[in-house]
Design a protein around this ligand. Sequence first.
Ligand code: ADP
Ligand code: MG
Length: 249
Amino acid sequence: MRRLKLSGMGQTLDMRLKEAEENDLSHEEFLVQLVQDEIAQRENNNLKRRLRVAQFGSEKTLEGFDFKFNNQALPATLIRDLATCRFIDLKENVILAGPPGIGKTHLAKALGHQACRNGFQVLFKKAHSYIEELMNAKTIFKYEGLFKKGSLVDLLILDDFGFRKMSAKEAEIFYSLIDDRLGMASTVVTSNRPSEDWINIFPDPVMGGAILDRLVSGARKIIITKARSYRKEGPKKEYTEVDKERKKK
Ligand code: ADP
Ligand code: MG
């Protein structure tokens, strides 16, 4: 097993042998269990690697998302539909725009997490820091490496897009990124500004138009004008629903 690098099997072998003896398992049942242990361990390791490469920072999942909190603005059916990752198969983009604190970043990360579970390569970046990283790349080699990470990944998540205006050079870089991904792979963009305002972020309206045409035109758009801020109105850590119940009693 060691020579074949079957460490998943190696780890559970003793336990499975004992189990087989105690429960009178057939040879076949024993072997199936052992092989399944190997598969489970490999899948688990692959998922861990994909999550690490995705650079989510703080990990957010749909399991940790309260669907009721903003159900009107962010209907559970819509989120569940996105969570199937079909949009990634279809190479569609997703735009998630709305006021701060309502769960855009949480949702984008949770969809990324789901995509990792489904076997996709994901990269999560704050939009402006990714462009800054590209701008500051010291050599063309470094630039290309960093650019490829974002241009080739199955799902690129650009968080907090449109924080500030872009320079001409930044817009050029952003254009090549979006142009490379168009029709090839999905991009999820979150922003505190509605996508109608995004044109003002670019120094040149022609370039801006070309970018938005590629990024937004065919995208699934979730544009939220009114929703509750979880940051302000969500349950406080020191005062939870459980505490409320206790108080009543
Ligand atoms: P936005 O990106 O829209 O500004 P965030 O996604 O950063 O908002 O949400 C702010 C905080 O509230 C985060 O800690 C996030 O995990 C939490 N949060 C937001 N919406 C929900 C929700 N529906 N269920 C659980 N936590 C939420
Ligand atoms: Mg955010």
